[in-house]
Design a protein around this ligand. Sequence first.
Ligand SMILES: NC(=O)c1ccc[n+]([C@@H]2O[C@H](COP(=O)([O-])OP(=O)(O)OC[C@H]3O[C@@H](n4cnc5c(N)ncnc54)[C@H](O)[C@@H]3O)[C@@H](O)[C@H]2O)c1
Length: 434
Amino acid sequence: MNLAIIGTGYVGLVAGTCFAESGNDVICVDIDEAKISALKAGKVPIYEPGLEELVRRNTEEQRLSFTTDLKAAVKQSSIVFIAVGTPQNSDGKANIEQVLATAKVIAQAMNGSKIVVNKSTVPVGTADEIHIVIKDTTTHPFAVVSNPEFLKEGAAVEDFMKPDRVVLGSEDSQAIAILKELYEPFVRTGNPILVMDARSAEMSKYAANAMLATKISFINEIASLCEKTGADVGEVRRAIGLDRRIGPHFIFPGVGYGGSCFPKDIRAMISMGEPGLEMPLLRAVEQVNERQKSVLVEKVKRHFGPDLSGRTLAVWGLSFKPRTDDMRDAPSVTVVESLLKAGAQVQAYDPEAMGEAKKLFGKRIRYSSRNYDALKGADALLIVTEWNEFRRPNFQHIKDLLKNSVIFDGRNIYDPGELRRLGFTYYSIGRKDG
Ligand SMILES: NC(=O)c1ccc[n+]([C@@H]2O[C@H](COP(=O)([O-])OP(=O)(O)OC[C@H]3O[C@@H](n4cnc5c(N)ncnc54)[C@H](O)[C@@H]3O)[C@@H](O)[C@H]2O)c1
């Protein structure tokens, strides 16, 4: 099939590449000329495991191409995906201007029947708005399908290739039949393609993210209560996770959720209820998360005192989660800013997010090209993102490099007993640390 994907970000580039990998001819479109030039030169502008190789192969085999010419891409395609950003407005609402602007240009470029598929996360009712925009602009026949994307950054290619489910929202049975055919190679293990109305499809994406964010805030609140009462959240997590109604996944305490989706999607949902429908649960999820982002620095201040001037702190992990370079709404930003505000010097290392970090912090922090370099002369180490390479470090080397043998672990990746035996003062989240 001939596909155009509008918006070549984390979602659009992965989707376009994976569709090309299954044999389709795909044109990825973006308004960002630098991004498209880089892709044309074979450079993938984001870090996503496995993506670069797939982009290279499919580009070489001429199934995947890149352009800034949206209209030309639409003319050559029978299915057009919208995968542009839906950032948050200052009032918390999702901003769908990019989506509607894209729909308008798609309509202007139409030269025959098209299926317009929206992948961006959008408030319920947006598919109807897309429909109106296109209908007001063209007389060509078209269908609008809501196809929310559930991939996780850090495992996006794998998630796209083997989705737990594909959700298609539309009343147009012909368009649904074509999209089922398109997705068939991705669901060969029997995972379902769910067909529903567009509003339910749009809501499914928000509801999934809200549930996941709720799980994180839930376990973080339990972790705080464990600290207050002398229980250990590691034990509690195992005990509750064995209940099949709860399950072991996604109940790891930490420094709060972040990224480009959960924070904005929770706020968008709260806004969707307004006026008239209060969303107390989601407000609490957000409130717990905001508090959680400060617990690690509070531990630092309890240890060293509230004034951190003269102190140097090493930070391992800046991306909002491992295996991505994405720092949008990352908890590390709150952690680093709080340390700086308290007067500390920060020396940071991240395997992939250093470029993004430099854009955010500029010269206000020091950057290390190796994880151990960040420790030189530092008073303590803070673990903020649980990259695999931080899990089994050389602790003796850490001790030798740090001025004080103190670790603040915001992701509970080390064993408190072992660290105590090795002579560290060790703080983690909701556990008995010593
Ligand atoms: N990142 C994720 O993990 C993820 C997962 C599922 C769903 N989503 C949703 O998917 C959407 C895209 O997210 P993302 O993370 O890929 O965003 P992104 O910011 O990485 O990419 C969006 C791209 O769209 C481009 N763009 C904006 N307006 C355009 C236009 N008029 N024409 C062409 N290109 C245009 C931007 O330049 C950018 O490259 C959002 O709604 C997001 O909520 C994201």
